[in-house]
Design a protein around this ligand. Structure first.
Ligand SMILES: [Zn+2]
Length: 432
């Protein structure tokens, strides 16, 4: 890692001031100037850059919430550190209030130096809005006092900064993954019509469930999905499969929460299993790299669940997990994306993905209620109806058979939820 000299830092400060002036002169508006408070001779690393990205996204969503627009922004990433400047359409004191709120909000805020330069070119200080000095990263004293007395070594401060970024990153990733999982479960139940299953117009063969109950149940699982993600993020064992017992323990707790929420109705047992494993895999992969690669996440899911293989020779929920969800990778996701490409609505593309799963998978929900013959017939029918011109019609025809035989492909519904989850994570995950 390249280290900085006193001269390097002086030069980069000078450049920042020149940039601030240039933006001021051009726009006659206050300028926000972000740099990071990293002690010692190393100012950047992949982890520090991710912390910087997270800061920027916090700042931008805060400005957006306040209805404040950025007129022009400039970003620098150099060995002297990451920096960002923006001409902002607001007044300097309002901006200073927001910047102090961001700096004082959480751990990551303490690593931010978010200055406000007013249109006279003066830095607005904390006293101007009656705010106290900032506190030290390590002890509770004022940061300036610790800095002056060199109370902590730069190694100690650098380590503290890295730990703060790691924690903030984990929280942000868990929030994102949990939100995608809950949303995907809601999207799944909304897809209409679905054969034998609960949707917006029918309750299939289930007279104890409806859409609002699924929504409530999905919401009750939010913190479970976040916990699975964090478990994956902080995993530091030798074999990834060591994660499985930890996820299973969380899953058992989540089942209890679900049953309390639904007053005893089993809405999401299969989803708890499948999504829990994949959330763990997502946490693991997103710690290593911000690049969101669905195939790699599924591969890790397979490694987590490698000992889960069903003793029966069936492509059921457990074997799917152990193999890294080949049905989703090879069928459901490509079918869903192709559907959108040829102009189907999200709903109809999702129906096609569900039918693709029904054609491939040995759904134990169907097997248990209908026996082997019904499972084979339903698979055969689904195969014949893959990618028809009219997905809704195909689903209704399969529905007639499911209602007649009193079966519902709940395992395939879980795979559809997983498909929608991975799709959403890919779209939303670009900022982490
Ligand atoms: Zn201190």
């Amino acid at each position: 890692m390249k280290t900085v000299s006193v001269n390097d830092m002086a030069k980069s400060r000078e450049e920042r001031v020149l940039g601030q002036r240039a933006l001021l002169n051009k726009w006659q508006m206050p300028v926000l100037s972000l740099s990071m408070n990293i002690a010692g001779p190393v100012k950047t690393s992949p982890l520090i850059e991710r912390g910087f990205d997270l800061m920027l996204s916090n700042i931008k969503s805060c400005l957006q919430k306040e209805g404040i627009s950025i007129v022009e922004e400039r970003e620098t990433r150099a060995f002297t550190g990451c920096a960002w400047l923006a001409a902002v359409n607001s007044d300097a004191l309002t901006l200073k209030r927001l910047s102090v709120a961001l700096e004082d909000k959480d751990g990551l805020g303490r690593l931010m130096d978010l200055d406000v330069i007013d249109i006279q070119g003066q830095k607005v200080d904390r006293f101007a809005i009656g705010q106290p000095m900032r506190t030290c990263l390590i002890c509770d004293k004022a940061a300036a006092i610790c800095a002056r007395s060199r109370a902590h070594s730069y190694q100690e401060l650098f380590k503290a900064a890295e730990e703060i970024i790691r924690t903030a990153l984990c929280e942000a990733i868990a929030f994102l993954v949990g939100d995608c999982a809950v949303t995907a479960l809601k999207q799944e139940v909304d897809v209409t019509p679905k054969p034998g299953l609960v949707d917006k117009e029918h309750t299939g063969i289930h007279n104890d469930m409806d859409v609002p109950l699924f929504y409530k149940s999905a919401e009750s699982l939010r913190s479970y999905f976040e916990s699975c993600t964090k478990e994956g993020y902080y995993f530091n064992g030798n074999e990834i499969s060591e994660l499985m017992p930890k996820l299973r323990a969380l899953g058992l707790q989540a089942e209890k929460t679900m049953l309390q929420t639904t007053k005893g109705v089993n809405t999401h047992q299969g989803a708890i299993y499948a999504l829990g494993i994949v959330c763990g895999a997502a946490g693991l992969k997103l710690r290593q790299s911000p690049a969101l690669d669905v195939e790699k996440i599924l591969k890790s899911a397979g490694k987590i669940a490698e000992n889960e293989k069903s003793p029966r020779k069936l492509l059921d929920a457990r074997t799917q997990a152990a193999l890294g969800y080949p049905t989703i990778r090879d069928h459901a996701l490509p079918v869903y994306h192709r559907g959108l490409e040829v102009g189907l609505s999200h709903n109809d593309a999702a129906i096609e993905a569900l039918i693709a799963c029904m054609a491939e998978v040995d759904d134990t929900n169907v097997l248990r209620r209908g026996g082997e013959e019904v499972l084979l017939e339903l698979k055969r029918m689904a195969k014949a109806k893959r990618q028809t011109d009219n997905p809704k019609q195909a689903a209704l025809e399969l529905d007639t058979y499911c209602l007649q035989k009193r079966v519902s492909p709940g395992g395939c519904a879980d795979l559809l939820a997983l498909t929608l989850f991975l799709n959403r994570l890919k779209i939303k995950g670009g900022h982490i």
